[in-house]
Design a protein around this ligand. Structure first.
Ligand SMILES: CC(C)(COP(=O)(O)OP(=O)(O)OC[C@H]1O[C@@H](n2cnc3c(N)ncnc32)[C@H](O)[C@@H]1OP(=O)(O)O)[C@@H](O)C(=O)NCCC(=O)NCCS
Length: 161
């Protein structure tokens, strides 16, 4: 399996992946909208016999250089093999190296805490996803430059149910 940057030739397979991974078309449309708006900062695919996984990190408005992690999907027949973990870890390494300061994610704390995401760290930040499943991760050594304030996801998320 290879993890690499998404290229245009992957778009159709990525769309199919999200359509099959989620119950509705929202996430697939979200990915298209993030690309269209120029808000997809990092889009990685996991490739083996075709595209088996995909992850996007997108621009956020925040008091520091922050990204949102969403969505992530792995083909049903390749789950529970660490594919999502590899996409998440590879993505975090890349955005850290690019100087991004924080990443926010909405998801299961039982899963995302293994990558260093923390519910308490996100508590001071207000957005539509704030709550017990909203987490933050500080990428740089000194932690997040701010611990509270309004944040917002890229406009493409407004169209997500
Ligand atoms: C969520 C998803 C990306 C995980 O992919 P994966 O490659 O199977 O994940 P990994 O192999 O890295 O990790 C599997 C582990 O995560 C756990 N896990 C996966 N999804 C989880 C969830 N939604 N809540 C809690 N735990 C979850 C599994 O129980 C497993 O735990 P373990 O390592 O302790 O056994 C995949 O199940 C998927 O595509 N689901 C449908 C789309 C989706 O819900 N995406 C997430 C929201 S954006």
């Amino acid at each position: 399996m290879e993890i690499r940057n998404e290229i245009e030739a992957d778009f159709a397979a990525v769309r199919e992946l999200h359509l099959s991974a989620f119950p509705a078309a929202g996430e697939s449309q979200l990915v298209d909208a993030l690309r269209r708006d120029g808000d997809a900062v990092l889009s990685l695919v996991a490739v083996d016999d075709g595209v088996i996984g995909h992850i996007v990190f997108s621009h956020m408005t925040a008091p520091f250089k922050a990204l949102a992690l969403a969505p992530v999907a792995v083909r049903a027949d390749r789950r529970q093999q660490g594919v999502a973990a590899k996409l998440i870890s590879a993505g975090l390494e890349l955005v850290k190296a690019e100087g991004w300061e924080g990443v926010f994610v909405l998801g299961s704390p039982a899963y995302y805490t293994r990558f260093g995401f923390n519910v308490a760290l996100a508590e001071g930040f207000v957005c539509q996803y704030s709550g017990p499943y909203f987490m933050a991760l500080a990428l740089q050594e000194n932690g997040l430059p701010e611990t509270s304030g309004p944040i917002s996801y890229a406009p493409a998320f407004d169209g997500l149910d």
